[in-house]
Design a protein around this ligand. Structure first.
Ligand SMILES: *Cc1c(COP(=O)(O)O)cnc(C)c1O
Length: 350
């Protein structure tokens, strides 16, 4: 498929302070825009990042056919541009699309288009330690129609944000036992926009009570832990890595998958299973739960310091350099930057 390129006349890169990058507030010069109509992808363009015009009756605004992905590009030690496992994001994007009755995006548009876009916007990939280019592919329904039915036209867009190092101080999280993120038979496994809108209220309530994030529990009983905000949730219990198995309600995270693979390669036991809140709290109290952390592209690993449950706070042990979560973060970081050899073939070169 031919990609039509309309380059910017003047880069905006001088206006961005690369020493003070807030997450998701700066946008690279170009974006990729592909249009779907009449049962096929019609055109793929790379054009200056900027506003698009739509009708008030655009269906995605009303009925939520809107999905996205998130991955990161890095500047390797040798200056080359590379992306961490984007094929996994492409596959997951198409699973989300299928569930939301949207067309699949072919590899040549998703990954082929990304390659061309990154070639043009290379200068926007920060070189500074800990910084990266956050890549945001998304697709939404564009029919002008008031009616609940799948749209017949869609736009697929990719834009990029240079982002700073995402230092997250160990989090205070609260176990949520009233609101839910996902239920069996629902769309929790898909990265569709509505999941995130629906999660805001519970998170806002937790923020008011002094917690950074919430731990979602299962919709039916609220007895089992599922995810931490928009990250997968992982624990080290009696030396084993424990995380919820994927299914309708768990997002199949690329970071989660990578952490599990490294743990296995290091000879650590990995358990994908239900974890009861009760077992978790007892485990923190008796010392068998030694680490708790979120796993996701933005922070990679977000350590958890405190878990609140039924009005009481339970503290995890202080973090040490020998912790699994610290070592696995360093391993992933070194693979991404090309500092150690990529034996698992995770790095995708532009
Ligand atoms: C994106 C996301 C994750 C993490 O997935 P990664 O592929 O590791 O970035 C976890 N949970 C939810 C709900 C998410 O949306």
């Amino acid at each position: 498929m031919q990609i039509h390129i309309e380059p910017i006349s003047k880069s905006r890169i001088d206006q961005v302070d690369f020493d003070q990058l807030a997450f998701g507030r700066s946008f690279a010069d170009h974006m990729l825009v592909a249009e779907y109509a009449n049962g096929a992808w019609q055109s793929v363009k790379i054009q200056p990042y900027g506003p698009l015009e739509y009708q008030p009756a655009m269906m995605s605004l009303h009925y939520g056919q809107s999905i996205f992905e998130g991955m990161k590009g890095y500047r390797g030690k040798d200056g080359s541009i590379q992306v961490f496992r984007p094929e996994e994001n492409w596959k997951r994007f198409n699973k989300s699309a299928y569930r939301m009755c949207m067309p699949e995006v072919p590899e040549e548009i998703f990954l082929g288009g990304l390659r061309e876009l990154l070639k043009l916007d290379q200068a926007w990939v920060p070189a500074k330690e800990g910084c990266s280019l956050y890549i945001r592919p998304f697709m939404f329904a564009t029919d002008e129609y008031v009616g609940v039915t799948p749209s017949t036209t869609y736009k697929f867009i990719i834009f990029n944000c240079p982002v700073g190092s995402y230092y997250s101080k160990p989090l205070r999280v609260r176990v949520e036992t009233e609101y839910i993120r996902a239920a069996k038979g629902g769309v929790g496994f898909a990265k569709n926009a509505g999941n995130y809108g629906g999660s805001l209220f519970a998170t806002q309530n937790a923020n008011k009570d002094g917690y950074d994030q919430i731990i979602w529990t299962d919709a039916a009983t609220h007895q089992y832990v599922e995810e931490a905000g928009t990250m997968n949730l992982m624990f080290v219990i009696n030396g084993a890595l424990v995380t919820a198995a994927t299914g309708d309600t768990i997002l199949d995270g690329v970071t989660r998958k990578s952490v599990m693979q490294i743990a296995q390669d290091w000879g650590m036991e990995v358990q994908e299973r239900q974890l009861a809140v009760k077992e978790l709290i007892e485990g923190i109290q008796n010392g068998s739960v030694t680490e708790a952390f979120g796993a996701g592209t933005a922070a990679v690993i977000a350590p958890i310091a405190t878990i609140g449950f039924e009005g009481k706070d339970y503290d995890l042990p202080e973090r040490k350099d020998s912790d699994f979560s610290v070592r696995v973060y360093n391993e992933i970081n070194q693979i991404r930057l090309g500092e150690i050899s990529d034996t698992r073939n995770w790095v995708w070169k532009v």
